[in-house]
Design a protein around this ligand. Structure first.
Ligand SMILES: [Zn+2]
Ligand SMILES: [Zn+2]
Length: 332
């Protein structure tokens, strides 16, 4: 089969033929219906993920159909449509047993220690699998593990209450445009922040208020912002913090430049009673609940474009293209 293979640390990727995967005990093989491109891929290609083994198949977001089940797999059969956590938990430790498998000591990441999903077929461990309900399209499902489900967990960690106000930075990006929708589905008032005047009109479809510009906190503070979902990183973090009303929570997802740091004035977070919540992934519960919300029509996937395996370069061009809105998908 064809796959996008990362050859070595900072050595880039190539599309090449590899052996078809066979499921080991506790694994299934899926036919990949859709995978999704992500900024994390770019960070992985830049060598920021120390646990990556090489060569490794790139890609950590997937929806597909089970074609073969390995020994000892119960609850899943060929023909089931499934998505996967971004990682494989062991399913047996204390964290796994209480449904907090994102903290599993023995977790292994897809596109890190395990092969990822930019391929015609992929192996997935049964501990990562979540069934996709009928009412959810492949496009709606593939964005759950790393986008909508991840945001759902972030808002769960921030203890978002109905009627609170959520501000989203980078709102026209692949994560941002869906963060607006998840927050809205959970009953929040939503403020979108973008730097692009041209995208403001589109964002009005998803947000109650749209703010254009890099200095957004003055405008944001006209109402009580309770939660910020910062999908950008150091370029927006300071304004994000300043936007929050007392008791506010910032869910930090974006990290566009991992080499940059930020000097936090402790007095500011102490006196304003602010929580800074670092956030990255989701659990099976988050995926299931987000799939349910998606099946109720409360989240519409916004797709910038879909490319084939051979067109992967074009896909990353789309991902970097500031004029595109939404997720870039891969259809093998
Ligand atoms: Zn991702
Ligand atoms: Zn575990």
């Amino acid at each position: 089969m064809k796959a996008v293979v990362v050859k070595g640390k900072r050595e880039g990727y190539e599309v090449r033929d590899v052996d078809d995967p066979k499921p080991a005990p506790g694994e299934v093989t899926i036919k990949v219906n859709r995978a999704a491109l992500c900024y994390r891929d770019l960070l992985q290609l830049q060598g920021f993920y120390p646990r990556m083994k090489y060569p490794v198949i790139l890609g950590h977001e997937v929806v597909g159909e089970i074609v073969e089940v390995g020994e000892g797999v119960v609850g899943f059969s060929p023909g089931d449509r499934v998505t996967s956590l971004l990682y494989a938990p062991d399913g047996t430790c204390n964290y796994c047993r209480k449904g907090e498998e994102a903290y599993c000591h023995s977790r292994q990441g897809y596109s890190e220690e395990l092969d990822g999903f930019f391929a015609e077929l992929a192996k997935v461990k049964v501990t990562s699998l979540v069934k996709v309900p009928k009412g959810v399209s492949d496009e709606g499902a593939v964005i759950v593990p790393c986008v909508t489900g991840m945001i759902y967990r972030g808002l769960r960690k921030a203890k978002l209450e109905r009627g609170e106000t959520v501000l989203v930075t980078g709102a026209s990006g692949g994560v941002g445009i869906h963060a607006l929708q998840v927050a809205k589905a959970l009953g929040a008032r939503v403020i979108a922040v973008t730097t692009s005047e041209s995208k403001a009109t589109l964002l009005k479809k998803y947000a109650d208020t749209v703010i254009v510009g890099k200095q957004f906190s003055e405008e944001a503070k006209k109402e009580d912002v309770n939660v910020v979902i910062d999908t950008v990183g150091t370029p927006t973090f300071d304004e994000s913090l300043k936007s929050l009303w007392m008791g506010g929570r910032i869910v930090q997802i974006g990290n566009v430049d991992p080499s940059q740091s930020y000097t936090l004035k402790l007095g500011y977070v102490i006196l304003k009673d602010i929580s800074v919540i670092g956030h990255a992934s989701a659990t099976r519960r988050d995926l299931e609940e987000t799939l349910k919300i998606t099946s109720e029509g409360k989240i519409t996937p916004v797709i910038a474009g879909t490319v084939s395996l051979e067109e992967i370069d074009k896909g990353y061009e789309m991902l970097r293209d500031k004029n595109k809105v939404g997720k870039v998908l891969l259809k093998p």
